[in-house]
Design a protein around this ligand. Sequence first.
Ligand SMILES: C[S@@+](CC[C@H](N)C(=O)[O-])C[C@H]1O[C@@H](n2cnc3c(N)ncnc32)[C@H](O)[C@@H]1O
Length: 248
Amino acid sequence: MEIKKTRIYGDIVEINKKEVKSFWNKRAQKYTDDNPYNAVKCNDNNPEYVHTLEEYERNYIIPQIKIDSNSKVLDIGCGIGRLADVIVPQSKYYLGTDFAEELLKIAKNRINPSYNFDFEVCDFINISKNECVQKNKLFNKVILAGVTMYINDQELKTCLENLLEIIDKNATIYISSPIAIDERLTLEGFYSENLNSEYNVIYRTVNEYLNTFKVLIEHGFKVTKNEHFLNDMKQYPETERHYFILER
Ligand SMILES: C[S@@+](CC[C@H](N)C(=O)[O-])C[C@H]1O[C@@H](n2cnc3c(N)ncnc32)[C@H](O)[C@@H]1O
């Protein structure tokens, strides 16, 4: 009997969206008030690491997106609203969307209701059809923090193309994701001891990401940041933390 490979190098293999969604809905059970971000940061055995990542992103990356009182922010795959904590108080309007309704239930109760924000259950592929998105467009800041690696290639291209309908002519897109250092790596139904669960994810190379961004570049966007970060705290030999900023 052939044993199914769950770590696939190089080849393009699709991951199962239903399983990705179910994984994220279950992560809602990991939410605690004293370590709220671990539910979405997935470092169950290393809460200190979650803290360092958080500090870095807040202090060095988010300021580069230049959110201010004119910003209309669309945070796609917002999870429990981790970045909403820092972005909502600075922006004119914030909309967090996610396909995992259990995470959004938590998000909705975390933010001070006096601010101008919404949370909506929405799969990224349907973003331009969502009523709340339509009502509040055009957005000038788009956040995709740790989301793109859960979306298959063709679908991700379509998702990015759909963004063009709902963003302003001047807009900034922030995309962060672990990337593959040498060659693409897909985990398909891979049992992760760290997460005590099966896990599905696509680690693309930087060049694969740049190729995926072509649809945005053809519509006037430039990649203004393309950097790895916190390499001194590397956890896995084949991947590293990376972020891109695209501006138009
Ligand atoms: C690693 S968590 C990041 C959450 C949040 N962006 C943050 O940085 O705290 C990944 C999130 O992406 C969401 N997600 C994955 N695929 C999605 C899709 N196709 N549409 C909407 N949300 C998606 C998951 O439900 C999960 O909340």
